[in-house]
Design a protein around this ligand. Sequence first.
Ligand SMILES: [Zn+2]
Length: 279
Amino acid sequence: MSQVTSQPSEASKAEQFLPNNLSLPLYVPLNRDFQRDFEKIFRANANDLTTPAVNQLRSATKNYINYILENDSLGFDESTLNNFALAYKKILESRCNLKKFESIGADSRIMDYLKTSQPLTLETLDMYHSMDKPNYEEILSESQSFTSTTEVQNHLKLDEFYQFLRGIIFVLKHPEQPVPDELADDEDLGISGGTISLKDPLTLNLFVNPVIATCGHTFESSSIRQQIQEHPSGVMECPTSGCDNRLSMSNLKSDTLMKIRIRCASKLQQTNDDLDIVH
Ligand SMILES: [Zn+2]
């Protein structure tokens, strides 16, 4: 063992007391710092960047959709919508992963480890040496509460916004078909036959400003509002046969997907007309 002679004598003295095979575990002597970092990274929502990211992405997507709808000459771009959907999926994936990290914070091996808060001294050095640092990867892999893709898929199935986006991407090419129920990757399997009418059932005119009722039936805003107004109570039964839902002004909302269907149908029609001219 070579003495470092250029060091101040205090330091040289200290060195003589430390074992020369000293290899401190990475977490020493930062146990408390580590605990603080752990709390910051794994716990609570202190570091949750996914919520603002979700909100931002939703509002960007809505702005895009509104912009296209407000400009009659424009059509929807499939790759743009796919990018929005993909980004949204990635963010939800991150959120699931964060939750998984948070959940291992409750693991007793980690709890016990974090409770150790003795200051590092020569006396406690052995204790630190013998302490088992929790193996996060091992604990994570044992954690059965999430299985990445299925977990994310389940979130997406229940996510209204994602399903809306998925619906739009589907109607780009199939403006008059019902959006297949879940499922996903094989769109063709889900097509149940039948078509979606792009016409107001009351006037039989193409929709211009469609509104959807809570029962899922769509009407032209002006025609259904006129009918509701004719009822002194302000409430009427849904005019769709077999539907006994009660309609009032307040439970009608703009049917964005129908507006998109109409725009897409007209763009497809335009493309077909253009092709006819070419031939
Ligand atoms: Zn109805």
